[in-house]
Design a protein around this ligand. Sequence first.
Ligand code: NDP
Length: 377
Amino acid sequence: STRPYATQTEESVGVEDKRLRMRAWQLNGYDGVEGLTLEMARIPPILRPSDVLVKVHAASVNPIDTVLIGGYGRPVLNIMRALGQLEQGIVDPNQTELPITGGRDFVGEVVGVGQRVRGISVGQRVLGVVSPQGQGSHAEFVVTPASNVCSLPDNVNTEEAASLPYTALTGWSAVVVSGMIPPGKALGKRVLILGAAGGVGSFLCQLLSVWGAQVTGVCSNDAMDLVASLGVEPLDYTDPSTKPMLTADKGYDLIINAAGKDDLEYLSALKPWMGASYVTLSPPLLTNIDQRGLAAGLIKSAREIACQNLTSLSEGRVYKWAFFMPNTRALSHITHLLATHMIRGVVDGVFPFSQTPQAYKHVLNGHARGKTVITLT
Ligand code: NDP
């Protein structure tokens, strides 16, 4: 079979088979967290010579996992899956993406490498991410391109490291790609982080401080101590004077919105006519495509970002979207900062693998203070 995962219930798998199989949290439909079941699945094979197979020790649970299992982004992800299969020469019209496994990142041990992998070897401890369309890490094993993993020194705590890869690469993309701040070059920049206590926000507060920026982190009242401990100035969004103060200040070079929903009033906190940007991590692109189909969804999204920029550009400010992107160099930079204690992984809660649905529910409850992690060791 060309299907990477063929599932059976745990009971129906014989002792012999179990050696080639793994436990994985899977969904056979888009039923949300109630549909998550622990299945015996085939250990994913290395299909491409550039892939590695990793035994997962810990993985984070992200808001994206909680919505993907309800069908969010399905049309776009299925196009990406079909393109990936074409690349491998697999053309099967009956192929389905189900069952799916969540989990966008991991810490683990490399147990297999493709023929063309260089620099990563069996036995190495690594951290890494899976591609958005790939089978996830909420399983005992995961396959991903070697360019998506980085060697992890022994001195770094497993749960802390597992809290970072997906959120950190998302934050990196927001700052470096969308925000156009070159790595390490934020000296003198004033940056506002909305959602500073969450997974992406808590990472960005630290990264931008290390890079020399003057950072303000907007969070809820009860997260002020946490955000201050990240080395930035905390501001309480539940205080009605906070937003008017920021918009009157008009002092920021960059705003990253990692709070879970857009708030365009903050655009006025940017310096006008200085090329300053407001970057949101909640773009409507996938929702538009889910609701209207690919072509109409793309057109609606293009129109929305153009209209928003017509207004903001007329006031000398830029409005941008940001997306998670795998990035080998960024992963290595982040791992170095972690290993040298320049930054830390902020862990909100740790759940054993057997309680993965509870971990999803914890994330669904919102009010994250760092990242939720599941452990398999
Ligand atoms: P989290 O859930 O970890 O963090 C969100 C944080 O925002 C929480 O601490 C929450 O706490 C806080 N928050 C809520 N409302 C406000 C507000 N009005 N002002 C300031 N803070 C607020 O999410 P992540 O950090 O993992 O991700 C951030 C966002 O980015 C999510 O919406 C996620 O879906 C998105 N994302 C997008 C990606 C992309 O490719 N575009 C990739 C990854 C993430 P509290 O409610 O207590 O204030």
